[in-house]
Design a protein around this ligand. Structure first.
Ligand SMILES: *Cc1c(COP(=O)(O)O)cnc(C)c1O
Length: 391
């Protein structure tokens, strides 16, 4: 099997699993207790919080554990909207955010908030002048993702942070794809809140965190006990937190080497596809791009058919076509960068890990060439297109 869907989820690293195991067995104490069994759990949670804080240039008490990226995104938006509603009810985001942001914004619109959804260009970048122009006296929050999960484009985060700071507006970034893949410093980038998720960086599923800068007003997101500084109640997911800490530690340690390896294999894959498969193009920015992301549109192809045929060859991939998006419309991200519906339907996302090799990419491209040719052979539209080319 060749796993090329690391933007969907990653394999939990063996060292992460190993770090977690004792917290299911010997060290099962509740961190809130007095006796030493609970103390060990508490220490493990604190250690993980410290590792994560350090990785962002943040303070330990600014890291709040959540049940993943979606929860962190919901918290950042809903609790900030509530806490700052006296100042205003306007939020700025982009059209290509993850649904955890977009659907939360739609929910807030129903609660009387106004949301500006910034356009992006063909590469998926927001326009900083448009951002500035969208800011109003009642704007309370800017939420722009660090890097896009479909097309890999990296947004100008430090520039957005500078604008937000100058205008006195809070800046949240969904860094679920970026954290562990790209260097991040919340002070240098003027980030006030940041979401991340364990299972996107070789950690466990169902655990993530929200960074909230000290001084930012936020509301309790889960009501109950005093865990997470009374803002997110519930007995801590100790094994998950330990796993997230171990995954963060590992990610920071291997980042340089992983990035180097991935970019080499990524660019090799991009070049072979561009050179050898006709009527296709790369989606997303060519250089301001996650090291592991490849996203192509193939004309006259249905994404699902490609995925099914790749699966038969043992290749796991993803598409922005309608069926995989879970709705009648293809990916909002691909439509957001200006693709036509049929161009978005024919998209293929391949997201690598540091373990993938050029040999594997050769296997993928050799098969992909055949798959694309076979599917086009069956397409009456492609036949018409070829005829029109011959005229
Ligand atoms: C995966 C992802 C999420 C959701 O994270 P979960 O931990 O799966 O809830 C949010 N935003 C982005 C950009 C993602 O890639």
């Amino acid at each position: 099997m060749i796993y090329l869907d690391n933007a969907a989820t990653t394999k939990t690293a063996p060292e992460v699993v190993e770090a977690m195991l004792p917290y299911f067995t010997e060290h099962y104490g509740n961190p809130s207790t007095i006796y030493s069994l609970g103390g060990e759990s508490k220490k493990a949670v604190t250690d993980a919080r410290e590792i994560i804080a350090k990785s962002l240039g943040a303070k330990t008490e600014e890291i709040y554990f959540t049940a993943g990226g979606s929860e962190a995104d919901n918290w950042a938006l809903k609790a900030t909207a509530e806490a700052y509603s006296n100042k205003g009810k306007h939020i700025i985001t982009s059209k290509i955010e993850h649904h955890a942001i977009l659907h939360t914004c739609e929910y807030l619109e129903k609660q009387g908030y106004e949301v500006t959804y910034l356009d992006v260009d063909r590469d998926g970048l927001i326009n900083l002048e448009e951002l500035k122009a969208a800011i109003r006296p009642d704007t309370i929050l800017i939420s722009i993702m660090f890097a896009n999960n479909e097309i890999g484009t990296i947004e100008p985060i430090a520039e957005i942070g500078a604008i937000a700071k100058e205008k006195g507006i809070l800046f949240h970034t969904d860094a679920v794809q970026a954290y562990g893949q790209l260097p991040i410093n919340v002070d240098e980038m003027n980030i006030d809140m940041l979401s991340a998720s364990g299972h996107k960086l070789n950690g466990p599923k169902g655990i993530g965190f929200l960074y909230i800068r000290k001084g930012v007003k936020s509301r309790s997101f889960i009501h109950g006990g005093a865990q997470e500084r009374s803002r997110r109640a519930g007995t801590e997911n100790v094994p998950g937190i330990v796993g997230l800490g171990a995954a963060a530690d590992r990610a920071m340690r291997i980042m340089e080497e992983k990035t180097r390896k991935e970019i080499e294999v990524r660019d090799y894959l991009i070049k072979r596809i561009e050179d050898e498969i006709p009527y296709c193009w790369l989606n997303g920015h060519r250089t301001k791009r996650l090291p592991n992301n490849v996203n192509f549109s193939f004309l006259y192809i249905e994404g699902e058919s490609m995925l099914i045929m790749l699966d038969m060859k043992g290749v796991c991939a993803s598409s922005g076509s309608a069926c995989t998006s879970g709705s009648l419309d293809p990916s909002h991200v691909l439509l957001g960068i200006g693709l036509k519906h049929e161009e978005a339907h024919g998209s293929l996302r391949l997201t690598l890990s540091e373990e993938n090799t050029k040999e594997e990419m050769d296997f993928v491209v050799d098969n992909l060439k055949q798959i694309v040719a076979r599917l086009r052979d069956m397409s009456p539209l492609y036949e018409d297109f070829l005829k029109s080319q011959q005229k």
